[in-house]
Design a protein around this ligand. Structure first.
Ligand SMILES: [Zn+2]
Ligand SMILES: [Zn+2]
Length: 178
């Protein structure tokens, strides 16, 4: 038989056999825990070196795996990726139904907001003619045909009346003025 039982001062065959079986059982559990730590670390940690360190720690019988379980990342890598995909999909869905996020603070805004209600920064300019929100790329307001960047009071009422009055005053003969 193995000399392990002798180390403990046990000479009874049945007892030494039982002791050896217990030690064998513990050794199997220890190896299984090392493998479990390695497999679990691979599912949670992206860095190969850190996985190696975690496996090395688990070589400390039983306590190593316990330490690993305390400090391991709480989420599986695939759950993290799944959550990121969910967020991307949700953002795409929001964009489709006309919801947008503020480019400055990521707050949910509607597409015709002029200002972000959260960070108060300017999102769009209103049309000077009809005050509807204009897309930054538009060169003409699609609602009232005002050209973007032009004051509608200038396009609708050129300063003709004032000029006329100036001209009549200036152009009138002195006899008319008296
Ligand atoms: Zn904002
Ligand atoms: Zn307009």
């Amino acid at each position: 038989m193995l000399p392990i039982a002798g180390l403990f001062g046990v000479h009874n065959h049945t007892v030494s056999l039982a002791l050896e079986l217990i030690l064998l059982f513990l050794a199997i559990i220890w190896i299984a825990l090392i493998y479990w730590t390695f497999a679990d670390a691979r599912r949670r940690i992206d860095d190969g070196i850190v996985v190696g360190v975690a496996t090395l720690v688990s070589l400390i019988p039983f306590v190593g795996t316990l330490i690993y379980m305390i400090v391991r990342p709480p989420e599986y890598l695939e759950d993290v990726r799944e959550r990121e995909l969910d967020i991307e999909a949700a953002e795409a869905r929001l964009a489709q139904v006309g919801m947008h996020v503020c480019p400055h603070c990521d707050y949910a805004v509607e597409k015709d907001f002029l200002r972000c209600p959260n960070c108060l920064r300017k999102l769009r300019d209103p049309c000077v003619g009809c005050s509807k929100p204009l897309h930054p790329e538009w060169r003409i307001c699609p609602y009232c045909e005002t050209e973007v960047g032009l004051d509608p009071t200038l396009t609708r009422r050129p300063r003709r009346p004032r000029r006329e009055s100036e001209q009549t005053i200036g152009g009138r003969p002195p006899s008319d003025l008296i």
